[in-house]
Design a protein around this ligand. Structure first.
Ligand code: OGA
Ligand code: NI
Length: 368
């Protein structure tokens, strides 16, 4: 167990209990200190290097579904069908009219920017403990040899409110707590409404997924991707799929970074001002018996501007077992494609390995 000394008292670091990541240097600090060339540990193997954004991929980006959330919330049939197709064919979509006020989005962005602007010594007060993944640092560093992502992050348990570990929160940063709290509550309402719609699409009542997932929890991962002198050599976040139920991503309005794998190609998710990006996580892929797809994605960097994003991961109750839902299984036509597993065991497996595309859902796939 990790102990933190704060204001003269020792605090017990309860953390997530999901796994750990080895401490590595801050990338923002490498950039702040000036560097001649990209350090070796960040230079990806040739096969893993991102390709630059082509005009074809930008064209394909226009096909990523855009859903009007206000219609979804009203039960509009056409929009619900669009959601169904988006989750089947893309696993990713953008939402407009999501009801989260622009002011709240802006405050959240400003709070993140202010946090990362702090001097390193200040941020280190909130550093991840040796045995956990909550706090300031980098995630998924499991060996001294692995290549590193060009990214710093702070991960905070945001919901339910009583499960926050405020010793990881920069409480002396004006407005930070208020902004994150307000945004996280609003964005969870969005995730819950989408889950209610997916429940109906999966042949259940609106609260169907809730009954199988428990009260959704939320982990907020705030990413800071510094500019890089050779963006073609590094990745911001390595290809991975998200382990949870749903992810809602807030990204900069004017910088392209996120890319998703679609039909074997990397397609950028071009930001739409004030929209949110939603993607299906592994838990819903498993529960939907593979009908809804948790898609591989990555983030790339650029030469000029730092990019900041907030991924709000909606998580299933740790102790619940996830597996294909009865309504999604129809033996022998559609037999279960995944084994049942306790959610926390799944997440621990995911987090104990270097991010590696879709390798995690493969761990629970029933081989046919
Ligand atoms: C993540 C993620 C993408 C981005 O944090 O899981 O995929 O654009 N982030 O920051
Ligand atoms: Ni992700």
């Amino acid at each position: 167990m990790d102990l933190k000394v704060e204001n003269g008292c020792i605090k017990e670091d309860k953390g997530l209990g999901w796994g750990k990541s080895l401490p590595v240097q801050s990338v923002q600090e490498i950039v702040r200190n000036g560097y001649q060339s990209v350090p070796e540990r960040y230079i990806q193997e040739i096969k893993d290097r991102p390709s630059s954004i082509s005009s074809e991929s930008l064209q394909a980006s226009l096909q990523i579904p855009i859903i009007d959330f206000s219609l979804l919330a009203k039960g509009d049939e056409h929009e619900t069908r669009k959601l169904d197709l988006a989750c089947k064919e893309w696993g990713f979509f953008q939402i407009r009219n999501h009801g989260v006020q622009v002011k709240i989005l802006q405050k959240m962005k400003a709070a993140m920017a202010a946090f990362f602007e702090l001097p390193l010594m200040e941020k280190k007060k909130f550093a991840m403990g040796a045995n956990d993944l909550e706090g300031y640092g980098q995630a998924y560093v499991v060996s001294e040899e692995q290549k590193l992502d060009w990214c710093d992050l702070v991960a905070l348990k945001t919901l339910p409110l009583e499960q926050r570990n405020l010793n990881f929160w920069p409480l002396n940063l004006p407005g930070f707590k208020e902004a994150v709290e307000e945004y996280s509550i609003e964005v969870q309402k969005v995730a819950e409404e989408i889950n209610a719609n997916l429940s109906i699409l999966m042949g259940m009542e609106r609260d169907g997924l809730k009954r199988h997932q428990g009260e959704l929890k939320q982990l907020m991962r705030m990413n800071y991707y510094p500019p890089c002198s050779s963006p073609d050599l590094v990745v911001g976040v390595s290809p991975h799929s998200d382990g949870g139920s749903l992810t809602v991503l807030l990204q900069d309005d004017d910088i392209i970074g996120l890319q998703i794998k679609h039909k074997g190609e990397w397609i950028p998710v071009k930001p739409i001002p004030n929209a949110l990006v939603v993607n299906i996580g592994d838990a819903i892929e498993i529960m939907s018996n593979g009908v809804y797809k948790s898609i591989e994605h990555q983030a790339i960097t650029n030469e000029k501007k730092a990019r900041i994003s907030a991924a709000a991961f909606a998580h299933v109750d740790d102790e619940l077992e996830i597996g294909p839902l009865d309504s999604m299984v129809d033996d022998p036509h559609r037999p279960p494609m995944y084994k049942k597993i306790k959610y926390i065991d799944y997440i621990r497996q995911v987090l104990a390995r270097k991010m590696d595309g879709k390798a995690h859902t493969d761990l629970v796939k029933i081989q046919t």
